[in-house]
Write a protein of this length. Sequence first.
Length: 147
Amino acid sequence: MLARMSDFFTDEGTPWARRLWDIGSVLALEELWEAGYWQTHGVLAQSACDWQRNQLNALIGPDRGLGDRDLRRELTNLLKNSLPDPSPERRRLKEIIGHVRVGYLERWAAAVNVPVDERVKPERFSRTVASHLLDLGYSASLGERSL
């Protein structure tokens, strides 16, 4: 059974955040950026950052809110290699993060306003957008921001 966006917001018995169990792509990219800083300073191991990059690749590939196919492909290719601090690849990651943060929901709106055979599955859309809203600090009560 496919989940609908309302499924994440209407279950009274379960806290909203616990029903999602996902991190949004934008926040995950920001966390990867921060992890690189801590890796450079010896707090995180290279293997931890490698694991994070590999996990992130699966998350961002189908996320149309990040941008067009070419940008998502560039991002997934960028994440296939380590991102030492400093490096041109790390600077490019920061540029992409700045780009995808702005207009994320508008890109999703455009992505669902296409012919049915080109749309993402409803559950992918629901989970991705709801996770993004949660990452921004919105709560279940009427979409209020809780931060």
